[in-house]
Design a binder for this molecule. Structure first.
Ligand code: F0G
Length: 472
């Protein structure tokens, strides 16, 4: 068997990307106030800002798009969408939405009220915001290993079942309207949840008569991690694994912009008839009629094909291998990353990469900006700029769009990261010049700041670079 895992597709349509010079990037970054969200995408060479809605569709998806039935009610495209989703997810009601957060908003509006508690392994930020919007509390209960970047564990996205049991007992079953499991655990490094853990969480929920919902955005990647790492699943297909996983739950929310392989779309599933009726009423109020939910018929067609393609073994083998390839190449050279590599992204630990930059000088923003300056690569900060003082880590996420970049793009990315790693001591921290009252990372303005490292901080970190930095 040849060792090389190749891209299991060939390219039929290409989209040029534009090189810029370092001098141009310096100007562009300054004009964007040192916030990569404010850069025009045309000035980015390799865009790893997100894997959401940025994937390449297949010839089958484009062909299906031409078959889109744009009838307002009862379209053929909805029937195809529903039957494809049900074939994998198995739930009796499938409610289309324009993207994942719309499904979240409807689910929590119907199921939660003020004073309720919603446990999850780790809430994604829109999920947390939608739980809190209805006055409920969002609690993250990932296993302790899931909070430590350098600790290796095959299923670092697992829920801490004992902590969940204790929380339910303490809160009282009537104040826990549902439990959620995010597969894979995006905010925790794209780490998978094992089938054993899904079963244990499901059994606990059933014993308390609490419904279990999946945040299923990256369900196919999670299924392949189970195939690779969990005994007893090596000979099962990713689809069989996904079907089994969903059978332990009562419904799900889904952003089809991830493992739906589409550029827009999502859905909400449930087995509960009464709940589905309320959800559909709310859907009609703000999203659209029940057979399109804010999407065009052609979008439903793209998703119907996409969810099935996401489960193809060749694709998943390549997908996880190419993400790990990036992670392992930089980690082998000493770059600190969240270990082991996740499914859709590599997360660099910026506090460990730049120990001379304290968190209030935004080390992950400084590093993300340096990757852009060095090689035109756009990544995203997940740290102090995003979460303020609540940030437990400062990470740079390199999210890989599906079927978009080839191995040479990834090799180039590795080279740029290693070049920045070599010169890390020269990187300066940042300071804010403007911030919005909430979700400040999207619009913040910053500028490079001379670092005044406190004596305490440098002693704690054992810094040797302090003097050099202060003389920059
Ligand atoms: N849940 C998870 C785990 C997600 O990663 C996202 C989106 C959502 C829900 C919301 O879905 O964007 O369709 O409304 N994550 C994107 C990201 C934005 O970059 O990780 P949406």
């Amino acid at each position: 068997m040849p060792r090389t895992i190749i891209e299991p597709f060939r390219i039929k349509s290409v989209e040029p990307i534009r090189r810029t010079t370092r001098a141009q990037r310096e100007q562009l970054l300054k004009a964007a106030h040192y916030n990569l969200f404010l850069l025009p995408a045309d000035d980015v060479l390799i865009d790893l800002l997100t894997d959401s809605g940025t994937g390449a569709m297949s010839t089958h998806q484009w062909a299906a798009i031409m078959e889109g039935d744009e009838s307002y009610a009862g379209s053929r495209s909805f029937e195809r969408f529903r039957s494809s989703v049900q074939n994998i997810f198995g739930y009796s009601h499938v409610i289309p939405t324009h993207q994942g957060r719309a499904a979240e908003r409807i689910l929590f509006s119907v199921m939660c009220k003020k004073g309720d508690v919603v446990p999850n392994n780790t809430h994604f930020d829109t999920t947390r915001a939608n739980v809190e919007y209805v006055g409920a509390e969002a609690v993250d209960l990932v296993i302790p290993e899931g909070r430590q970047p350098s600790v290796k564990h095959p299923f670092k996205g697992n829920m801490d079942v004992a902590a969940l049991d204790a929380l339910i007992k303490k809160t009282g079953r009537e104040r826990v309207p549902l439990v959620m499991l995010t597969v894979t655990n995006n905010s925790g490094g794209g780490q998978p949840v094992s089938m054993e853990n899904v079963k244990a969480v499901s059994a606990l929920c059933r014993s308390h008569h609490i419904p279990l919902y999946f945040d299923a955005c990256r369900f196919a990647e999670n299924a392949y991690f189970i195939k690779l790492r969990e005994p007893g699943y090596e000979n099962k297909s990713p689809k069989e694994i996904a079907q089994e996983m969903f059978s332990y739950g009562d419904g799900c929310t889904m952003s089809a912009k991830k493992d739906g392989m589409a550029n827009i779309g999502g859905f909400l599933c449930t087995n509960d008839d009464a709940l589905a009726q309320q959800e559909k009423n709310l859907l009609i109020l703000t999203e659209g009629y029940t057979t399109y939910g804010g999407l065009a018929g052609r979008d439903l067609e793209a998703i119907a094909v996409g969810v099935q393609e996401a489960l193809q073994p060749d694709y998943l083998e390549y997908r996880l291998a190419s993400t790990a390839y990036l992670g392992n190449h930089i980690a082998d050279a000493g770059v600190p990353i969240v270990q082991p590599p996740g499914g859709h992204a590599i997360y660099i630990d910026a506090r460990a990469f730049l120990p001379h930059i304290p968190p209030d000088h935004f080390p992950a923003v400084a590093l993300a900006n340096e990757l852009y300056l060095e090689g035109g690569i756009r990544s995203v900060e997940i740290g102090t700029l995003m979460f303020r003082e609540a940030a437990k880590m400062d990470l740079v996420r390199l999210a890989i769009p599906r079927r978009v970049y080839t191995q040479s793009h990834i090799d180039y990315t590795v080279e740029i990261i290693l070049e920045v790693w070599k010169n890390r001591e020269k990187i300066q921290g940042m300071k804010l010049t403007y911030e919005a009252p909430f979700l400040r990372h999207f619009t913040a303005r910053l500028e490079p700041a001379r670092i005044r490292v406190s004596r305490d901080y440098s002693r704690k970190k054992g810094l040797t670079v302090r003097r050099k930095l202060n003389s920059l």
